[in-house]
Design a binder for this molecule. Structure first.
Ligand code: ADP
Ligand code: MG
Length: 238
C-alpha cells in the first residue's frame, strides 16, 4: 500500500501542496484531478521522490520514499513514473527503446516481453521504426511501455493520453488500464479527461487550494457532489 502522510511541499515560500494524506492499495487505480496549476504534476513528482518534502512522509509497503537529500539516485524499482515530457532514445527503434532496461541474459524472454508490451500500447505496426520518426502520441505510448517493462508495483502517469488522438485514445486507455488491473499494478493518474476517470478509476482526488478537496469514488462524487467547486470540476469532468 502507498501511504502518503501529511506531506507539505513548496518550490518557493508558498506551499503548492499542504498537509496532503491519502493511500493507494496494490492494484488500485487513483485519479487526481484539479485545475491547471493545482499541483497534480508536482504531487506525482513528490511521490516519485524527485523533490524533498518539508513535512510528512511517503511509504510504499515498508519502504520509505525519500527525496534527493536522502537518496542518491532518484526513483525505486517498484515505482515508475511517466512524465508529461518523455525522454526516449530517438535513433533506436520502438522495440529497442522498450527493451532498453531489460536484461540481455534471457533474449527470448526479453523479446516476448517487449512484444507483449507493444501490443498493450498498440504499436505493433511501428515496432521496428526509429523513435524520432514517430508522432507525439506514438512516443507517449513508447514511454508508457518502457515504464511497464520491468513490472513495477505502482506507476505514476501524468496526463498519459494527452498527445493521443481521440480516435485511438479509447481503445488504448482500455488496453492499458486492463493490463494494469490484470497485473495488479497500482496506478495514480493525473488527468483533465473525464474518460480517464469514469469506468476506470477506483477512487479520485480533487486538488484545490493546495489540498485535497475530496477523496471518494467517481460514482459517489458524480451522484453527490458536495461543494460548488467539486460540482464545477465535475461539470467539466463529467
Ligand atoms: P498541474 O500539474 O496541476 O497543472 P503543477 O504541479 O504543474 O500543476 O504546478 C503547481 C504550481 O507549482 C503552479 O503554480 C506552478 O506554477 C508551480 N510550479 C510547477 N513547477 C514549478 C517549478 N519547477 N518551480 C517553481 N514553481 C513551479
Ligand atoms: Mg501537470
Amino acid at each position: 500500500m502507498l501511504q502518503v502522510k501529511d506531506i507539505t511541499f513548496s518550490y518557493n515560500k508558498t506551499p503548492v501542496l499542504k498537509d496532503i494524506s491519502f493511500s493507494v492499495k496494490p492494484g488500485e487505480h487513483l485519479s487526481i484531478i484539479g485545475e491547471s496549476g493545482s499541483g497534480k504534476s508536482t504531487l506525482l513528482k513528490v511521490l516519485y521522490g524527485e523533490y524533498d518534502t518539508e513535512k510528512g512522509n511517503i511509504f510504499w509497503k515498508d519502504e520509505e520514499i525519500l527525496g534527493p537529500k536522502h537518496n542518491l539516485v532518484i526513483g525505486y524499482d517498484f515505482m515508475k513514473y511517466v512524465a508529461q515530457e518523455f525522454d526516449l532514445m530517438p535513433y533506436i527503434s520502438v522495440e529497442e527503446n522498450i527493451g532498453k532496461f531489460l536484461s540481455r541474459f534471457y533474449p527470448e524472454e526479453k523479446q516476448k516481453r517487449v512484444a507483449e508490451l507493444i501490443e498493450v500500447v498498440e504499436l505493433t505496426n511501428v515496432a521496428k521504426t526509429k523513435v524520432k520518426l514517430l508522432s507525439g502520441g506514438q512516443k507517449q505510448r513508447v514511454a508508457l511501455a518502457r515504464a511497464l517493462a520491468k513490472q513495477p508495483e505502482i506507476i505514476l502517469l501524468d496526463e498519459p493520453f494527452s498527445h493521443i488522438d481521440n480516435f485511438k485514445k479509447q481503445s488504448l486507455r482500455r488496453s492499458v488500464f486492463k493490463y494494469l488491473k490484470e497485473n495488479n499494478i497500482a496506478c495514480i493518474v493525473a488527468t483533465h479527461d473525464k474518460e480517464d476517470v469514469l469506468g476506470h478509476a477506483d477512487k479520485m482526488i480533487v486538488l484545490n487550494n493546495h489540498n485535497i478537496a475530496v477523496n471518494d469514488t467517481p460514482e459517489n462524487l458524480y451522484k453527490n457532489p458536495k461543494t460548488g467547486l467539486i460540482a464545477s470540476s465535475l461539470g467539466n469532468l463529467m
